[in-house]
Design a binder for this molecule. Structure first.
Ligand code: ZN
Ligand code: ZN
Length: 96
């Protein structure tokens, strides 16, 4: 009945096939959808694209964007991404 095939990517680059019903597929691959894209698309609505861990980018507290929206977000907020890296670097330097 609800038997589907999922292809999940492991951290070491190998893939694992899973048979069963684990819910909807990711919009971009055959992995299990783990998150919904939270990108605002106007009004109270969000993109709501189903995305797996691999294809979701964490942008805040339990906020995930699909790869297309994350690319837009990154382009619109380049300063946010340089800020993400620099305090980290500073911390590491202080530890020396
Ligand atoms: Zn995916
Ligand atoms: Zn999206």
């Amino acid at each position: 009945m609800g038997r589907k095939t999922y292809i999940s990517y492991m951290n070491d680059g190998t893939t694992v096939r899973i048979h069963g019903d684990l819910g909807p597929h990711c919009a971009e691959c055959l992995d299990v959808a783990a998150n919904l894209c939270d990108y605002p698309i106007g009004g109270d609505k969000t993109c709501d694209r189903m995305i797996c861990h691999q294809h979701s980018s964490l942008v805040g507290d339990n906020m995930h964007y699909c790869s297309a929206h994350f690319a837009i977000y990154k382009k619109d907020n380049p300063e946010m991404f340089s800020n993400v890296i620099s305090p980290f670097k500073r911390d590491q330097e202080n530890e020396k």
